[in-house]
Design a protein around this ligand. Sequence first.
Ligand SMILES: *Cc1c(COP(=O)(O)O)cnc(C)c1O
Length: 341
Amino acid sequence: MAEEQLDWSNLKFGYHKTDYNVRCYYRDGKWGELEVSSSEYIPMHMAATCLHYGQECFEGLKAYRGKDGKIRVFRVEENAKRMQSTCRGTLMAELPVEKFKEAVLKVVKLNERFIPPYESGATLYIRPLLIGTGAQVGVHPANEYLFIVFVTPVGPYFKGGFASTPYVVIRKYDRAAPLGTGCFKVGGNYAASLRANKEAHDLGYSCEFYLDSKEKKYIDEAGAANFFGIKNNTYVTPKSTSILPSITNMSLIQLAEDMGLKVERRPIPIEELETFEEAGACGTAAVIAPIEKIDDIETGKSYVLCKDGKPGPICTKLYHHLRGIQYGDEPDLHNWVTIIE
Ligand SMILES: *Cc1c(COP(=O)(O)O)cnc(C)c1O
């Protein structure tokens, strides 16, 4: 195989072909063995439930190459458990945590040559996907499923350095309903978010900002990321049934506690934005994307969340601390990291 030299520093967040993916089929009521494939395609029945009735879910995590050359994967068991929760929410076959983990570690190892070097700031993005493949025209859960994990190298989220960007409240479209699928990682939520996201971009903002879809009073999510605000030495993050439980947020909560901050998880009225000293959107892609301001065009309010436009000190500290753990630069006190030998 010809060894291509990837331009690590110019990678974008896009798809780049790698050598292998790992697959596992659910048939006759049980999961089979892991299979290695070098095909980028999935042969599928045209009546598969994932195509018609949205029986589909995914996960997202990363592999990091440390200064020591070792490869680390962050909290993979949590992604496995979250996918199981999504499966229960959409009546799909649940994959055992161990099998999920084995597939992730295997696909990373097999594509080792695509893991960007430490200095580049780029990472290997890991995408587990589970789809209903059984043919069905009536609306019922499928009897067959395919679990597949592929990887693709992606560039650093902050190319010009850790920076804050503006958000805009969109009330015209909801991402998820209070008792719907917002708390599950299904593609349908993303399809439902495309219009709001486009509108935010057309208005010149980096991202849309969602309020709860029932009352439009409380903060829900910052695009496809969780929201947190900082004030009075307290980390505040919304409690809502339509938020996707972010593993990054869960980790930041722990680090905030370790740093001596108080943590509150509760409904946050939009007006409370006025009182935050700092705020961020958090998720695997960016760890923390600091929020410069949130404009509410309908009420004419602009909530400024960054003094002098720069990320605040607590956001910055949390960001470096979590990244430090992911890359192996800081001790992994909570056993979050799996090292791939
Ligand atoms: C994946 C996702 C997140 C972030 O979750 P992480 O586990 O931190 O990557 C937040 N919100 C939505 C809607 C998501 O789909």
